[in-house]
Design a protein around this ligand. Structure first.
Ligand SMILES: NC(=O)C1=CN([C@@H]2O[C@H](COP(=O)(O)OP(=O)(O)OC[C@H]3O[C@@H](n4cnc5c(N)ncnc54)[C@H](OP(=O)(O)O)[C@@H]3O)[C@@H](O)[C@H]2O)C=CC1
Ligand SMILES: O=C(O)C1=N[C@H](C(=O)O)C[C@H](O)C1
Length: 254
């Protein structure tokens, strides 16, 4: 028996990628493909919903799936820890037990970069994130940068905040969990993140580059397979890969 998937955002770059993955899979089938003009009711009856829309549209999609107890994978960016906490509260109020998987980045290399950054974070007081994405990306900072900064902030809970001088100046970036994040939107780029650690007489840089959207495929398949078996809110592909056991980790809202 196949797992039927409702793809919300099916006309988008990521939605088309998921549709092609479903077509190639013997284990998955397409329940419905939703776009901006679709009724959210089209999600009803799906085994799993995957949301790949826009930060402004994702809230309604997530709330609908939670309220109807449908397992959900959220790939849309813009879901900070605080926003996810509101969904966890809603899920509890609705007594929904379905899995709600927030996956800021489906790429294994990216999530390893974030995990390694959390591992390094307690050892360097100076930390800044530079992220670059294609010029069509409408939100900044990226969801990946927000997640990385949050993991760094958690990892430093025992050693104190990042030392970031002159953050009142706009050119010093946006503060996320005390980490300055600098966003570039450039033609020719897909996605890239550099996490730069400054120490005594040395720097360490953890760089991840997305060269093709195919890097998301294995993570998407893993998340779709896991969604039916998980209960409640899960944040990050690292949890599904077992990487959360590595290094310091704070508490997610679940
Ligand atoms: N987690 C990850 O690894 C990755 C996440 N992303 C994120 O995924 C999201 C989608 O990216 P991308 O595919 O490039 O975006 P696109 O702009 O290409 O596609 C957006 C899609 O969302 C649909 N949409 C917009 N509003 C609504 C709505 N209210 N209800 C239903 N559907 C809606 C659009 O439909 P329509 O055609 O009708 O406008 C379109 O299908 C972004 O937030 C991006 O940051 C991207 C890459 C990797
Ligand atoms: O919009 C994108 O392209 C991407 N968005 C996600 C993000 O905001 O981190 C994931 C990836 O970086 C690509």
């Amino acid at each position: 028996m196949t797992t039927s998937i409702a793809v919300v955002g099916i006309t988008g770059t990521m939605g088309r990628l998921v549709e092609a993955l479903i077509e190639r899979s013997d284990d998955l089938s397409l329940h419905a493909g939703l776009r901006s003009t679709s009724s959210l009711d089209e999600m009803l009856g799906a085994d799993v919903v995957i949301d790949l829309t826009h930060p402004g549209a994702s809230q309604a999609v997530v709330e609908f799936a939670v309220d109807h107890d449908i397992p959900l994978v959220v790939g849309t960016s813009g879901w900070s820890r605080d926003r996810i906490a509101t969904i966890e509260a809603r899920r509890r109020a609705a007594e929904s037990s379905a899995g709600v998987l927030f996956i800021p980045n489906f790429s294994v290399g990216s999530v390893l970069g974030t995990t390694l950054s959390a591992l390094a974070a307690p050892y360097f007081d100076s930390i800044e994130i530079l992220e670059a994405h294609h010029a069509g990306k409408i939100d900044s900072p990226s969801g990946t940068a927000v997640r990385t900064a949050e993991r760094i902030g958690e990892a430093r809970s025992g050693v104190g905040p990042v030392a970031a001088p002159h953050t009142d100046q706009r050119a010093r970036g946006q503060q996320v969990s005390g980490v300055p994040v600098h966003s570039m939107r450039l033609a020719g780029v897909l996605a890239r993140q550099d996490v730069v650690f400054g120490g005594t007489g040395e720097t360490l840089t953890i760089t991840h580059s997305t060269l093709s959207a195919s890097s998301y495929e294995s993570g998407i398949l893993l998340a779709l397979a896991a969604a039916r078996n998980e209960t409640g809110v899960v944040v990050g592909l690292d949890r599904l890969l077992g990487l959360d056991a590595i290094g310091p980790r704070g508490s997610d809202p679940a």
